[in-house]
Write a protein that binds this ligand. Structure first.
Ligand code: PXP
Length: 244
């Protein structure tokens, strides 16, 4: 079955706009669990623009589904992950000035450093995932450093879809399909995410090697209009329909 990880970062974005405690991303995570999320994803950014350290503490206590802890490859984040030992750790690139995670991690260029970085996380029992572009050298490098999972960046595919540039979208989809197959052939578990919506999810959900989708911004936005539970239930339905 294709798993759905719901990213609750942007509930914290709304909360932080006023600096108080409302709306609480942990409450959203519990609703997501009830609505059929198979996991919760949260990205503790270095600048703490959305999720805060206390949110991670509370998510670890409150969740019954696995937490996928997204983080940059810094010493600070490694220490936090080793303290909590979440089910999964997803290593993402991070630039302070970016609005969101714009590209995949450059694994090939920093192979040795990353291999040493993820080793203690693996030893602590976390499943280590690397967020990368659908690019063969990056996938090979992720495999060599000992990652168990790769998450393919679907941002470009979603952007081309939203812009109506269907030739480029289809070329990107082909690349994602080929690289999902390639990664799977190496023994890597394949996840995908970034920018997915009701409109763009089906072709990604249909990729047979993809085991998990991580979706956040669209679902939290859609929750304003439809409610969080119906938004997640609809996403779940579209994913399941695409799978058969
Ligand atoms: N996967 C990863 C690795 C991400 O960094 C993000 C964004 O935080 C997502 C999935 C979810 O992307 P979106 O919020 O656009 O659905």
């Amino acid at each position: 079955m294709l798993r759905l990880g719901v990213n609750i970062d942007h509930v914290a974005t709304v909360r932080n706009a006023r600096g108080g405690a409302y709306p609480d991303p942990v409450r959203a995570a519990k609703i997501a669990e009830q609505a059929g999320a198979d996991g919760i994803t949260a990205h503790l950014r270095e600048d703490r623009r959305h999720i805060l350290d206390d949110d991670i503490d509370r998510l670890m206590d409150a969740l019954t589904v696995p937490l996928n802890f997204e983080m940059a490859a810094t010493e600070e984040m490694q220490a936090i992950a080793l303290r909590h030992k979440p089910h999964a750790v997803c290593i993402v690139p991070e630039k302070r000035e970016e609005k969101t995670t714009e590209g995949g991690l450059e694994v090939a260029r920093e192979e040795n450093k990353l291999a040493h970085y993820i080793a203690p996380l693996r030893e602590a029992g976390c499943r280590v995932s690397i967020f990368i572009a659908a690019d063969q050298p990056q996938i090979e490098a992720a495999n060599r450093i000992g990652a168990q999972v790769i998450e393919l960046h679907t941002g470009a595919y979603c952007d081309f879809h939203a812009e109506g540039d269907f030739d480029k979208r289809d070329a990107e989809l082909l690349r994602l399909r080929e690289m999902a197959t390639f990664a799977h052939s190496l023994g890597l578990e394949v996840h995908a995410g970034h920018g997915l919506t009701f409109e763009s999810v089906a072709p990604i959900a249909a990729l047979p090697e993809v085991m998990e989708l991580n979706i956040g911004h669209f679902l939290i936005g859609e929750a304003i209009f439809a409610g969080l539970e119906p938004a997640i239930a609809q996403m779940r339905r579209l994913m399941d329909e695409a799978r058969v």
